[in-house]
Design a protein around this ligand. Structure first.
Ligand SMILES: NC(=O)c1ccc[n+]([C@@H]2O[C@H](COP(=O)([O-])OP(=O)(O)OC[C@H]3O[C@@H](n4cnc5c(N)ncnc54)[C@H](O)[C@@H]3O)[C@@H](O)[C@H]2O)c1
Length: 313
């Protein structure tokens, strides 16, 4: 295969990041994008000289694609993955994988049946600060990892939040399904372990919505690492902090490219190079196709995240 012919399904908020990544990734030829809102597909298509569609199926019928990126609302992930798999297309689907364990299992089995790659867009491992923290965990610079502590405070119910995110039926859940999925991904990846037990509590204190606006998870990993993650979606001031606590120190991440390291009695900041995480993610997806290997973030991995989330609802 000279290059991968790629299409994108869904031209909303996160599609912009995927389009930009695809345009800048060697070995990828982005051909087209579909959205039921024609103006959304058209504006991206015009900017990047690709073909717009208002109907996914028409796009898949007309174009000669090898792979698709699915950036649709969560309730459409399963049916669109199944459709793409049955057409023999490799798939990168945005997180969270789907609303239910049953849907995830169907997506996995359809991808296997059709011998196509299925990767879930859990982006955390491609973010500079997380990459540096992971490197230090692997090197054992601060001894063994013991605990992870994450706080995410934000105004989840802001005016820019797409309407489908505020309904259980279309989003599968609120802050834990949407952003807790990132936290669980981080804990799974950083601990390099599997979830042994999850305890969780979610709260519903926002009006005009049936999704949770706050929640806490306590994750116990098979290798002994534990993690607490707090999501507070009613905050007017944002905070996003993750602490990795080791035998001999602490790593704290706040933004994409700054990391604070506490080693012994010293504490210092490291400023990291900003790298586009979506490009790294796409490169991994493409590599799994070219080398015919299991994607870095498999359907089974995406399923484990959904099992943890749905177990606390
Ligand atoms: N990786 C990340 O950091 C990250 C960030 C934001 C969103 N996401 C995920 O990306 C996905 C999309 O989120 P978003 O924020 O871009 O939402 P969005 O609402 O902005 O985009 C979804 C798009 O899908 C379109 N759409 C709906 N039904 C369609 C259909 N039948 N056919 C074609 N298009 C259709 C909508 O018109 C909309 O433009 C979700 O799974 C979300 O969790 C991931």
């Amino acid at each position: 295969m000279n290059h991968i012919n790629l299409g994108i399904i869904g031209a909303g908020i996160i599609a912009h990041n995927h389009v930009e990544a695809a345009i800048n990734t060697p070995g990828v030829k982005l051909l087209c994008i579909a959205d039921i809102v024609s103006q959304k597909a058209e504006s991206l298509a015009e900017k990047y000289n690709i073909k717009p569609y208002t109907n996914n199926r028409e796009m898949l019928d007309n174009e000669s694609l090898d792979a698709v990126i699915i950036t649709l609302p969560v309730f459409l992930h399963c049916e669109s993955v199944v459709e793409a798999a049955n057409r023999g297309l490799h798939i990168l689907v945005e997180k969270p994988m789907a609303s239910t364990v049953e849907e995830c299992n169907l997506m996995i089995s359809e991808a296997k049946k059709n011998n196509v790659k299925l990767m879930v867009g859990h982006i955390q491992r491609y973010i500079s600060s997380n990459m540096r923290a992971f490197e230090m965990i692997q090197e054992g610079t601060l001894g063994g990892l013991i605990m992870i502590n994450e706080r995410r405070y934000y105004n989840y119910f802001n005016d820019r939040r797409p309407a489908w995110c505020l309904k259980k039926e279309t989003a599968g859940g609120g802050v834990i399904m949407n952003l807790g999925a990132h936290s669980i991904d981080k804990v799974l990846y950083m601990s390099q372990s599997r979830i042994k037990k999850v305890h969780g509590k979610v709260g519903f204190f926002a009006t005009g919505t049936d999704v949770e606006g706050n929640g806490q998870l306590l994750l116990e990993m098979e290798n002994g690492v534990s993690a607490v993650t707090t999501h507070y979606g009613y905050s007017k001031v944002a905070e996003y902090t993750t602490e990795y606590i080791f035998h001999d120190g602490i790593i704290k991440t706040t933004t994409n490219n700054i990391i604070t390291i506490q080693a012994g009695d010293k504490r210092y900041d490291e400023e990291l190079l900003k790298i586009d995480p979506f490009k790294l993610q796409l490169e991994d997806f493409i590599k799994s196709i070219e080398e015919d290997k299991t994607p870095a973030i498999s359907g089974e991995y995406g399923l484990e995240v959904i099992q943890a989330i749905t177990s606390v609802y």
